[in-house]
Design a protein around this ligand. Structure first.
Ligand SMILES: Cc1cc2nc3c(=O)[nH]c(=O)nc-3n(C[C@H](O)[C@H](O)[C@H](O)COP(=O)(O)OP(=O)(O)OC[C@H]3O[C@@H](n4cnc5c(N)ncnc54)[C@H](O)[C@@H]3O)c2cc1C
Length: 465
């Protein structure tokens, strides 16, 4: 690990001069708030939290950090699930929440310019007036910068794609303090290396995103929502495959196992069938068009033995369905208040989805486990609830996580569909990327030779490879 310098009181005074007195804190509560994300990973406090207001503020802080060799970890909303923003080497946490301005909505270009600290849900509320939206939807109250850094995705990715498909331009502060504008406003370009995609998914290890131009999409005219319950996981998986290959383009295709449905019933006072369930959404131009799609969806579901099919067209139906899905993790937590959670995240090719879910169901026997995910993308989550403070029990949970990831890699999938590597998935990087990992290390050394940006993430410690 790089040799970092200590931040002294004189340094704190220098930081205050750069960004303003009230925007630098060494207080216990601020440091504690920035010591953990939403995961179980060990907490680490930063030495100081800084809230910049502009690209110039970020540049000034990073320049000083580069000069003094202090670690700098950017921070969005801290909603990550793999320890991605935990400042494992201390130093500065650069909290982007004050950089939360929507700078320009360019309706006719289908683009919006934002500062990195904008919360995507607030952005979408604002864009509604223009009939536009930014589709990646991770559910939690994430910032645009955090979504770009983790290449986040969500329930609508099956139709609209992940965050990386929406990054048109970026302003990035590099580890030496240079400010680099990247990208352009054209809808297509084959001009040189695709630097927007290099920084997307880099988890704050290559540069700090201060502003972004995002692509937007028109809000759909009509929306149809379908809930279908099946006797077994295989029937639901086969339905996913047939819907996806039928020419239909669902805008969401979510799988929830029977245990998740049970939790939703208990926590939310519902009365739903506690069986493997698919939640689907379709976007269209007219009700007639959606009705025709609905008939095809119904045929496929019934041919696969669906036992319940609940459907409706319109915003209320849609809201009912997605509220249930978005609150799944909260409901699981509430039903097991004394236990801690580990959310696993893998993705496999669609042809392996059924095998992967079956493998998970077998491996999770004897655990308090819930399986759900973005089935249309081959993305599966397993939430296991257990006692984090009982080392042997928690080791068992981590072993389970390992087995599930290794199986996903065996199926030529990935160790993370959307949560990123952070600390939790570093150990799988070599296995997934082989010599590609060395190239990633070379890029990191080129852009951040002192290793000051979000140290300890993505790359496994050499001794553990
Ligand atoms: C209940 C729950 C459900 C979730 N569901 C999903 C889901 O469906 N799909 C999904 O993709 N994720 C999901 N997540 C994970 C998380 O919400 C996303 O990864 C989100 O994008 C993180 O954004 P954030 O603003 O909280 O970033 P943070 O967690 O603060 O940071 C994420 C990473 O980005 C870096 N970073 C932050 N801002 C910047 C910046 N401006 N420049 C450079 N680097 C930066 C940080 O250093 C860190 O490495 C879920 C989380 C929770 C708690």
């Amino acid at each position: 690990m790089a040799d970092y310098q200590i931040i002294t009181e004189t340094d704190i005074a220098a930081l205050r001069r750069l960004v303003g007195d009230g925007y630098v804190s060494r207080g216990e509560s601020h440091r504690e708030l920035h010591a953990h994300d939403e995961s179980f990973h060990e907490t680490h406090r930063p030495d100081v939290v800084v809230w910049p207001h502009s690209t110039a503020d970020v540049q000034a802080v990073v320049r000083l950090a580069a000069e003094r060799r202090w670690p700098v970890t950017p921070w969005g909303a801290g909603s990550s699930l793999e320890g991605n923003p935990i400042p494992v080497s201390g130093g500065i946490v650069l909290d982007m929440q004050e950089m939360n301005r929507i700078l320009d909505i360019r309706e006719t270009d289908f683009q919006v310019d934002v500062q990195a600290g904008v919360i995507y849900k607030e952005l979408n509320q604002r864009l509604q007036r223009q009939g536009l939206f930014f589709p990646p939807d991770p559910g939690a109250s994430a910032t645009v910068g955090g979504m770009i850094a983790n290449n986040a995705s969500g329930i609508r990715t099956v139709k609209y794609g992940p965050t990386k498909d929406y990054v048109q331009r970026l302003t990035v502060v590099l580890a030496d303090g240079r400010v680099i504008p990247i990208g352009n406003r054209a809808r297509k370009s084959s001009s040189g290396y695709d630097l927007c995609r290099l920084f997307t998914g880099s988890e704050g290890t290559l540069g700090i995103v201060t502003e972004a131009t995002l692509r937007l999409v028109g809000l759909p005219e009509k929306v149809m929502a379908v809930r279908a319950a099946f006797p077994a996981v295989e029937n639901a998986s086969q339905t996913v495959f047939e819907v996806m290959s039928s020419g239909l383009t669902p805008s969401a295709m979510e799988f929830l196992d029977g245990a998740v449905m049970g939790v939703l019933n208990r926590d939310r006072g519902l009365d739903l069938e506690e069986k493997p369930t698919l939640l689907m959404e379709f976007h269209g131009f007219s009700e007639q068009g959606l009705q025709a799609e609905l008939e095809l969806v119904e045929d496929i579901c019934r041919a696969n033995g669906c036992v319940v099919l609940d459907r409706g067209i319109g915003p209320d139906e849609r809201h009912r369905l997605w509220e249930m899905r978005h609150l799944t993790v909260e409901s699981i937590k509430r039903v097991h208040p004394a236990l801690h959670l580990l959310i696993m995240d893998v993705a496999v090719p669609l042809s392996r989805y059924s095998d992967m879910v079956t493998f998970i169901e077998e491996e999770t026997r004897g655990f308090t486990a819930y399986v759900f995910g973005h089935a249309g993308d081959g993305n599966i989550h397993v939430v296991v609830m257990d006692d984090h403070h009982a080392p042997d029990r928690w080791c068992r949970v981590q072993d389970l996580n390992r087995r599930i990831v290794l199986q996903a890699l065996e199926y030529e999938g990935t160790c993370t569909g959307e949560h990123g590597i952070g600390i939790g998935k570093r150990e799988f990087m070599r296995r997934e990327h082989g010599p590609g990992l060395d190239l990633m290390r070379d890029l990191k050394s080129l852009l951040d030779p002192q290793g000051i940006l979000n140290p300890g993430k993505i790359f496994p410690p050499a001794a553990e490879e």
